[in-house]
Design a protein around this ligand. Sequence first.
Ligand SMILES: Nc1nc2c(c(=O)[nH]1)N[C@H]1C(S)=C(S)[C@@H](COP(=O)(O)OP(=O)(O)OC[C@H]3O[C@@H](n4cnc5c(N)ncnc54)[C@H](O)[C@@H]3O)O[C@H]1N2
Ligand code: MOO
Length: 415
Amino acid sequence: MPYTSLAWSRARELAHGSVQPLVPETVPVDRAIGRVLAADVAAVAPVPHVDSAVMDGWAVSGAGPWTVLEADAAPGHTAEDAVLARMRWIRGLTLDEDQAVQVSAGALVPSGTAAVLVRDRGRVDEAGRLTRADHAGEDGPAPGEHVRRAGEEAEPGDVVLTAGTLLSPAHLAWASSCGLDTLAVLRRPRVTLVITGAGLEQHGVPEAGTVRDVLGPHLGSYVEALGGLVIGTHHVGLDDRALLAQLGTDAQDEHQIREATGDVVVTTGGTGTHSRREVRGALAAAGAEILIDGVAVQPGHPLLLARLADGRMLVALPGHPLAAMTGMLTLVEPLLAGLAGADLPRPGHVRLGADLPAGLRTRLIPYTLDDGVALPSPWRAAGMLRGFAEADGVLVCPRDGAETGDVLEELTLPW
Ligand SMILES: Nc1nc2c(c(=O)[nH]1)N[C@H]1C(S)=C(S)[C@@H](COP(=O)(O)OP(=O)(O)OC[C@H]3O[C@@H](n4cnc5c(N)ncnc54)[C@H](O)[C@@H]3O)O[C@H]1N2
Ligand code: MOO
């Protein structure tokens, strides 16, 4: 039997716990931007992998003066061939006491290098002897000076990125610097949107009797802000068969289902008791198991959570715009977090700057912050969007109401 009018916080926990985390996927480093790392990543080699010069000059061994070694003329045709040939030569070279070789910043230094003498601090005479320039004094370079040592950033086995990291360009550049080609990332839950209802206009100011569709074009970006990947948005009008078609699939196994239809279906509209026929009827006809039939929250009381016969999860959002928008935070956010293997996002806390009267249920009220206190929006009825558009967050007001100065739970918006 489904839970009916389930307490708001229980509904969020149940949605989060109703699913197993999706199996991670492996993606090329250059495609991993914005993804969440599924496991710790350890360095497989020292970073950097070789000793290199930080400045242009000479890699030197001993106190000098130094004999500057030169490669035989490289047979390469292009400048690049010549550079690579020289690198190969340096790779095979070991500096003895009082030997030096010319290097440029960032390039490999030969083994035996004690330090790099910066170019304007040295002078080479006709005989190929390197001495310190007149102004450079007697000493230097100090041991290790201007050399970037292999392993100075990380040794093999060091954890260089931790599980749960939201990957930025900086993380990806670092991963490349560690020699990684692929990363295991959490799979983004794939979401299909199904918009029900008649008379939804896509442009302009609607005629009396119709409304502007404020969910179809925008819920997708809301889902994506919550970490989901939208794979399709379908308008089914009032056609029960079209709705039913979205709730079933001909696919035979779990992989096929996910490829074809994703992990989650979010519907809008058709949840009210006046319209039981629509979403509930279609769920019954599709053999779905309803887990939650109504949440003790306003707006959003008729919210539904169900498991479809093929294993996908379904959230039915009410049609009233604010009920749909806050319903995303009540059920869709916890569900997507559960699928992504993330913790249930817990509410924060904020001090209330006004009195809120008692109501029938928990209330979700958009608020703006004013001098550190939360001012509830006057535009908070189920059909309104102005308060939500202006909001700094959403207050979770208990049924018994609250007074100025009370500290209330609040939900952060994902933008
Ligand atoms: N007799 C009762 N009536 C209602 C009850 C009730 O318990 N008894 N519950 C009310 C509550 S609470 C809610 S919330 C709504 C839920 O309505 P539905 O989910 O069935 O939504 P629809 O009838 O499909 O739509 C309602 C209304 O919302 C607007 N809408 C819908 N879709 C969109 C869209 N994509 N863009 C913009 N606006 C949309 C439209 O004005 C619809 O008329 O039921 C109450 N009724
Ligand atoms: O539960 Mo409804 O969203 O108040 O109109």
